[in-house]
Ligand binder design. Structure first.
Ligand SMILES: C[S@@+](CC[C@H](N)C(=O)[O-])C[C@H]1O[C@@H](n2cnc3c(N)ncnc32)[C@H](O)[C@@H]1O
Length: 178
């Protein structure tokens, strides 16, 4: 595990990085996409956070935080954020993104998500996990770890893709094709 502290310096945001050597425990199919995809698919990350109920004053974990696309917006709302990702390079990109925006209420922890309960010293209000749950092989194990980190009445929000039958995809496409 590697802990990367936030510092007050300004950084230029690096381009998105992907991991070439996946560590043991990496969730299948959860690599960050190439630059530009998230801006197109998630143009309103703050709107997503409002929809799932992240509110001012909360302590939040951004689980599998990637390069910080959602982490930055969480940090703008929450009292504090812990960003956890197995890829230290992506955490560095996230750290630079937040520093560039003058945001200092975030800790960055490089770790397997399953170790969550050992990483978090005090229970939190909210665990947020976007675009990664589809790759979790043992969801019950992860759910238990999340539950151990939450306060009573804490919430776990999973933002993820759903498989759709190809017929519904065609309908969607034809709708947009006019
Ligand atoms: C598709 S990205 C999504 C990142 C971020 N949540 C977002 O939506 O912008 C999935 C992330 O999960 C991380 N990841 C994969 N396996 C992991 C594991 N076992 N523990 C922690 N993070 C993991 C990857 O490194 C990657 O950054």
């Amino acid at each position: 595990m590697e802990r990367v502290a936030t510092c007050g310096r300004r950084f230029v945001l690096a381009t998105r990085q992907t991991m070439t050597d996946r560590p043991p425990g990496f969730f299948e199919g959860t690599e960050m996409p190439t630059a530009g995809w998230w801006e197109a698919l998630w143009p309103d990350p703050a709107g997503v956070l409002a929809a799932v109920g992240i509110k001012h004053g909360m302590d939040v974990i951004d689980l599998c935080s990637g390069d910080g696309w959602f982490t930055l917006q969480i940090a703008k709302i929450a009292r504090g954020v812990t960003a956890i990702d197995i890829d230290p390079n992506l955490l560095n990109v996230a750290r630079h993104r937040l520093a560039e925006n003058g945001v200092t209420n975030c800790d960055f922890v490089a770790s397997d998500a399953h170790a969550l309960a050992d990483l978090v010293l005090a229970p939190v209000d909210f665990v947020f996990m976007a675009n990664a749950y589809h790759g979790v092989p043992d969801r019950l194990r992860l759910d238990r770890a999340v539950r151990e980190t939450l306060k009573t009445n804490g919430r776990f929000a999973i933002v993820n893709w759903h498989q759709r039958p190809s017929s519904s995809i065609s309908r969607f496409e034809s709708y947009h094709a006019g």
